[in-house]
Design a protein. Structure first.
Length: 191
């Protein structure tokens, strides 16, 4: 009998040893992986602040399936708006539209027919004011107190930082101080 018990205890001990060996690394790996996940989540939550998207409205005209006014999200591009409007019609001049252009509030997108003449939209408003966010250099220099250098700086700043949201944003441009801003305020429109 003692020999039979010994033979019986050896396989049981081997099975227990195998189970311990198999279970040990798995629990260690799980703890290491869980710790890595916690660290990554902490890093990601610090690096990626939640940005609230702003709703904008754009007007699509011309050779699209369903022209009209659309509600879009800031950061969308012209291609997103055209897709929402059902896409191009068959005779649309797709090469005349910058599909990668970022949308802005109150933007008008016109898709002409192939061969149709297009007129460049002016940044001058009916009352003679200049839309500072879309004005060309030639249009900016029509503002009293804005010469070629300041016009260039306005355009460079606008391209680097995006559209101006208020008149005071112009104070970030070298050469435009409180007095200049006060003098040009009646000649410009910021959104």
């Amino acid at each position: 009998m003692p020999v039979n018990k010994m033979w019986l205890s050896i396989p049981i001990a081997c099975i227990m040893l195998i189970l311990i060996v198999l279970a040990w690394p798995k629990s260690q790996n799980d703890m290491v992986i869980e710790e890595d996940i916690r660290q990554n989540l902490a890093l990601n939550s610090e690096e990626e602040p939640i940005v609230e998207s702003q709703t904008i409205f754009i007007d699509i005209k011309g050779e699209v399936i369903d022209p009209g006014v659309y509600e879009m999200t800031e950061g969308d591009r012209v291609i997103d708006a055209i897709t929402l409007a059902g896409g191009f019609k068959g005779d649309a001049d797709q090469n005349s539209v910058n599909l990668a252009q970022l949308l802005r509030d109150e933007m008008v997108i016109f898709v002409p027919k192939i061969g149709e003449k297009t007129i460049e939209p002016s940044s001058l408003v009916d009352d003679g004011k200049v839309r500072i966010n879309t004005a060309t250099k030639d249009e900016l220099v029509t503002i009293p107190g804005i010469g070629e250098q300041k016009a260039t700086r306005i355009i460079e700043y606008r391209e680097a930082h995006g559209p101006f949201s208020q008149n005071e944003d112009l104070l970030n441009i070298s050469g435009i101080g409180e007095k200049t801003l006060e003098n040009i305020a009646e000649y410009i429109i910021v959104p």
